[in-house]
Design a protein around this ligand. Structure first.
Ligand code: IMP
Length: 444
C-alpha cells in the first residue's frame, strides 16, 4: 500500500497525464485535489481522442475510483460533457465521485475572469478564461456556491438569487456587461444538479475509508509548482495550490497519510500565459521545441513558450514539494539537437543566485548561467531501457538528477504508454528523506 502524490515540477503541462495514467494501473483510488477546467489532458480510448479537464484519466480503468476532491472548482457544464463523452464509449462513470464541498463555477465567474483580464491591459495574467480565479475568490470571500448547495433545490435558489443580484452590479457597473437573469441560471444549474447528484459524496470520508482499507491512493495535482498561488511566480499563477502540500488540504487527508511524492518535469521547460521565464528560447530553437513537442495548450490551444531546462526551478520544486523521485518526460523532443543547454544558476544584477527568487520583478531580471552538453542526434523514441539510450542522452539525465539531487524513476519518450523507461519503481522506491548522505542520486 502506498499513497502517492504526483505533481508538476515546472509551470504545468509536464506530461502528468501520461504519468498518472501509468500509475493509475496500480491505484485503487485517484484523487484530483485542486484546480478546475483550466487543466486538461488528452486521452486516446478505442482509437478516439478526447480531452478531459476534470475527470482523472483513471476513470478508464474499470475498478479505479476517481474522486474530484474538495479543493477543486467544478464547472458542471464541462463535467457533464466529459461524462457524456466517456459514457458514449460504453465506459461506466459509476466510479466517479464528486466532493460535496468542492466549489461550483458559475456563468458570472467566466464573465468576470475574461472582463478583468481585459481591464488589466498589459498587466494581464494570461488566464485560461475559465472562471477559475473568480470561483476561488468567492470561496475566500465566502460567497461561493458549493456542490452541496447545488444539489439542494431551495438552498440553490436562495443563494443564487442573492449572489446573481450582487454579481450583476459588478457586471453592469464595473465591466459594462449585460446582467444575468437569475431565473435562467437557477433553472440551468438545477438541471446540472440532477445529473451530478448520484456522484456527490463526502469525499474526505471516502478517502479515509480507502486509507483504512489499505488501498493505493494516487493524488493527482493539476498545473505545476510555479503556478502555485503561494509558492509560484505570483501574480502570474493560478488560484489554487498545485504543490504536494495542496493534496492534504484539497483532498482532506493528514500529511502523515502521504507516503511518497513524485515530481514530473519535462526535459526542457514550457509555460503558457504571461510572466517571466529566464530560459525562454525565442526564434528557431524555440519554434523547433514547440513543433517537436506539439506545445499547444489542451484547454485554450495557445502556443506554449519553450526554453531550456532550468535546474534552479527544479531544485526549488524538489524543496517545496519534498519530491522523492522524478519522472522526466519528452526527452525525445531533444533528439535532433546538436547541443543542449541546462540552466545551473542565475545572475541577478551582476550577482550569482542559486535559489528561485520570490519576487517576479527580480525573477524577470534573472539571466541564466548555462552549461552546454552535447546532443545525441538520434531517435530515442524506441528506447525501452537505459541501455538503449545513446550515451549523451544518459549523461543528460544523470546530470539533471545530480543537479536536483533526486533519483529519476521514469523517463518518457513519446505519448504512448510503451514509450517509457521505468528506471525504478516510482511508487515503492525509497523515500528521499530516508536516503543516507552517501546515496548517489543518479538515475539507477
Ligand atoms: P487560470 O488558472 O485560468 O486562472 O490561469 C492562471 C495562469 O495559470 C495562466 O498563466 C494560465 O496559462 C496558467 N494555467 C492554468 N492552467 C494551466 C495548465 O493546466 N497548464 C499550464 N498553465 C496553466
Amino acid at each position: 500500500m502506498a499513497n502517492v502524490v504526483v505533481i508538476g515540477a515546472q509551470w504545468g503541462d509536464e506530461g502528468k497525464g501520461k504519468v498518472t495514467d501509468l500509475l493509475s494501473r496500480s491505484a485503487d483510488v485517484v484523487v484530483r485535489y485542486q484546480g478546475g477546467v483550466n487543466a486538461g489532458h488528452t486521452v486516446v480510448v478505442k482509437g478516439q481522442t478526447f480531452k478531459l479537464h476534470l475527470i482523472p484519466s483513471g476513470i478508464l480503468y474499470p475498478d479505479t475510483k476517481c474522486i474530484i476532491g474538495s479543493g477543486t472548482v467544478i464547472d458542471p457544464a464541462v463535467l457533464i460533457e466529459e461524462l457524456d463523452q466517456i459514457e458514449a464509449l460504453g465506459i461506466s462513470t459509476k466510479n466517479l465521485l464528486i466532493s460535496e464541498t468542492a466549489h461550483v463555477t458559475m456563468p458570472y465567474h467566466r464573465l468576470i475572469d475574461k472582463a478583468s483580464e481585459e481591464r488589466r491591459g498589459n498587466q494581464k495574467i494570461g488566464t485560461t478564461g475559465r472562471g477559475i480565479g473568480p470561483t476561488y475568490a468567492d470561496k475566500s470571500e465566502r460567497t461561493g456556491i458549493r456542490v452541496l448547495d447545488l444539489i439542494e433545490k431551495e438552498a440553490l435558489q436562495q443563494q443564487l438569487n442573492w449572489t446573481i443580484n450582487y454579481k450583476n452590479v459588478i457586471l453592469e457597473k464595473l465591466y459594462n456587461l449585460p446582467p444575468l437573469d437569475p431565473t435562467v441560471v437557477i433553472e440551468q444549474y438545477q438541471a446540472y444538479a440532477e445529473r451530478l447528484r448520484p456522484h456527490v459524496v463526502d469525499s474526505s470520508l471516502k478517502i479515509y475509508e480507502a486509507i483504512e482499507e489499505k488501498r493505493n491512493i494516487l493524488f493527482e495535482g493539476a498545473q505545476g509548482t510555479l503556478l502555485d498561488l503561494d509558492h509560484g511566480t505570483y501574480p502570474y499563477v493560478t488560484s489554487s495550490n498545485p504543490v504536494a502540500g495542496g493534496a492534504c488540504v484539497g483532498a482532506g487527508v493528514g500529511p502523515t497519510m502521504i507516503d511518497r511524492v513524485i515530481g514530473v518535469a519535462k526535459a526542457y521547460t514550457t509555460r503558457v500565459g504571461e510572466g517571466p521565464f529566464p530560459t525562454e528560447l525565442e526564434g528557431t530553437l524555440g519554434e523547433l521545441l514547440c513543433a517537436r513537442g506539439a506545445e499547444f495548450g489542451t484547454t485554450t490551444g495557445r502556443r506554449r513558450r519553450c526554453g531550456w531546462f532550468d535546474s534552479v526551478i527544479g531544485r526549488y520544486a524538489v524543496r517545496i514539494n519534498g519530491i522523492d523521485c522524478l519522472a522526466i518526460t519528452k526527452l525525445d523532443v531533444l533528439d535532433t539537437l546538436e547541443e543542449i543547454k541546462v540552466c545551473l544558476a542565475y545572475e541577478i544584477d551582476g550577482e550569482r543566485c542559486d535559489h528561485f527568487p520570490s519576487s517576479s520583478r527580480k525573477f524577470s531580471r534573472c539571466l541564466p548561467i548555462y552549461k552546454t552538453l552535447p546532443g545525441w542526434q538520434q531517435s530515442t523514441s524506441e528506447c525501452r531501457t537505459l541501455e538503449d539510450l545513446p550515451s549523451q542522452a544518459l549523461d543528460y539525465l544523470k546530470f539533471l538528477a545530480e543537479l536536483m539531487a533526486v533519483p529519476i524513476a521514469l523517463v518518457s519518450l513519446g505519448a504512448s504508454r510503451e514509450q517509457t523507461i521505468i528506471v525504478e519503481d516510482p511508487i515503492h522506491g525509497p523515500k528521499r528523506a530516508l536516503l543516507d548522505s552517501n546515496h548517489v542520486p543518479l538515475i539507477s
